[in-house]
Design a protein around this ligand. Sequence first.
Ligand SMILES: Nc1ncnc2c1ncn2[C@@H]1O[C@H](COP(=O)(O)OP(=O)(O)OP(=O)(O)O)[C@@H](O)[C@H]1O
Ligand SMILES: [Mg+2]
Length: 283
Amino acid sequence: MIDSKNIIEVKDLRVHFGHGDDRVRAVDGISFSIAHGETLALVGESGSGKSISALSLTKLAPRQATYAGGQILFNNSNMLKLSDRELRKIRGSQISYIFQEPMVSFNPVFTIGWQIEEALKLHRKDLDRKAEIGRLLDLVHLPDRLAAAYPHQMSGGQLQRCMIAMALACSPELLVADEPTTALDVTVQREILNLLKELSEKVGLSTLMITHNLGIVSDLADRVCVMRKGRIVEEGATRQVLDDPQHKYTKHLMAAVPRLKPSAAKKTSPEEIDDEMKRWMPR
Ligand SMILES: Nc1ncnc2c1ncn2[C@@H]1O[C@H](COP(=O)(O)OP(=O)(O)OP(=O)(O)O)[C@@H](O)[C@H]1O
Ligand SMILES: [Mg+2]
């Protein structure tokens, strides 16, 4: 049974690619939970297993993946045991995804409105879809005339807003955002993050936020899990992990934060790094 305060519980999840000695343990026994209304950040270097963990929540990992063990409890079902039909019902309606590159998530030959309407048709047959498209675009601060636009007529930031509108189309309980701002320039990143923050408060979403960016973690996440080589090496409240990382790897990640002022190749003392991190990560 899932603890009633949690929306999802992942227990000892294992996802492998390949077999025998050559297999890649992309996810190697991770456990975490997300409480209702909570934002959990998953951080870690490239290849550490963040995306495969996120996709596995609804069994969307690439076809070659094997779910080698563990449980994913959502609404008291183990997602790993559900049929494809049951999973399809949950994907997009109860658990929605936003990915890094909005352009590839939209079909270039259909208008944005048409594509949002298709998402609505799948899961919400009951409602006035035109009005709902307007409401969703308004929620992400876009004028409803953009429903008639094609993806290539929009900026990256506008498209990411549309992607968020589409993800919210069926009032999901859990939003999974995998590097949602990495492909955008810095000012637009900030706008999208503010939007996500606003929505999580307004709509009461629970969110799994995957990011390389510790600044995003600091601003948005209630808790953070640090992943390395398919495992979670550190987990805790965001402030606690960022202010006082325990694991060597977390310390290493913090030290790898891009420096604010590019300087000559001068050795930086730990104290200097601390100072810079504090400036870089607003409280
Ligand atoms: N289709 C696949 N076939 C084989 N191995 C894969 C496949 N997809 C992912 N992997 C492996 O699984 C591991 C975890 O990959 P994953 O995409 O989850 O990393 P990530 O933490 O999301 O990295 P990034 O920050 O670069 O997005 C990596 O070692 C990767 O090589
Ligand atoms: Mg990834």
